[in-house]
Design a protein around this ligand. Sequence first.
Ligand SMILES: Nc1ncnc2c1ncn2[C@@H]1O[C@H](COP(=O)(O)OP(=O)(O)OP(=O)(O)O)[C@@H](O)[C@H]1O
Ligand SMILES: [Mg+2]
Length: 249
Amino acid sequence: MNKFDIENLDLFYGSNQALKGITLPIPARKVTALIGPSGCGKSTLLRCLNRMNDLIEGVRITGKLHMGDEDIYGDIDVARLRIKVGMVFQKPNPFPMSIYDNIAYGLRAQGVKDKKVLDDVVERSLRGAALWDEVKDRLKSHAFGLSGGQQQRLCIARTIAMQPDVILMDEPTSALDPIATKKIEDLMESLKKDFTIVIVTHSMQQARRISDRTAFFLMGELVEHDETQNIFSNPQDDRTRGYVNGDFG
Ligand SMILES: Nc1ncnc2c1ncn2[C@@H]1O[C@H](COP(=O)(O)OP(=O)(O)OP(=O)(O)O)[C@@H](O)[C@H]1O
Ligand SMILES: [Mg+2]
């Protein structure tokens, strides 16, 4: 089953067309990797999925983008969409507050006050993000005291706490060392049991290790998308072959 159906999607920043006729199904509960050289439109497409491009002036979008039977660019509740489609960024961006409060923030904003409920969600989310054991004895400590890799897992936990269907990740490990990267990659494997994940990465090895499907973009066009294994071992397009072999980047 597909989580998203994208058909013939065009996106313009003013007169500059950043996405050209993109048609891409994104399957549910799988990891889909978006790859391609800098400026090819990966982040732009990712931001379409929870309408983060709405925040940028002069953006014009045409084509179809559905999540299930919901038209994302139709008359929908965008705040609710952004809860259902959570996002993790390149640089960990915890809120300036305690570990506990970071996770509880979204629920409290929705009016949840019950300590037992909040405690449960905090624990479940931190476990889900493979961070619980490292922080369970210092939940009241400031989030900025965590390492970069821990902060990124905290941001994943904060996203999980809102019970999204989808987690978008834009180069989530590019600011992390190899050990912290490995932890996030391992985490991805367990996350996809519950969530649909779309990840932008510049690392071919990472796309290969963690994704089920890979989509290769070049200058705003989707060149090819397929099972990750096929993209790396038997691509149909010479441009894909060149890119995954590191001939250009
Ligand atoms: N806010 C914006 N306003 C105007 N143009 C933009 C904006 N964001 C991106 N673009 C343009 O859209 C195109 C695609 O950019 P995008 O950031 O999606 O690329 P990317 O594949 O994520 O690149 P990178 O790998 O460097 O992050 C580029 O030509 C870029 O200059
Ligand atoms: Mg980008």
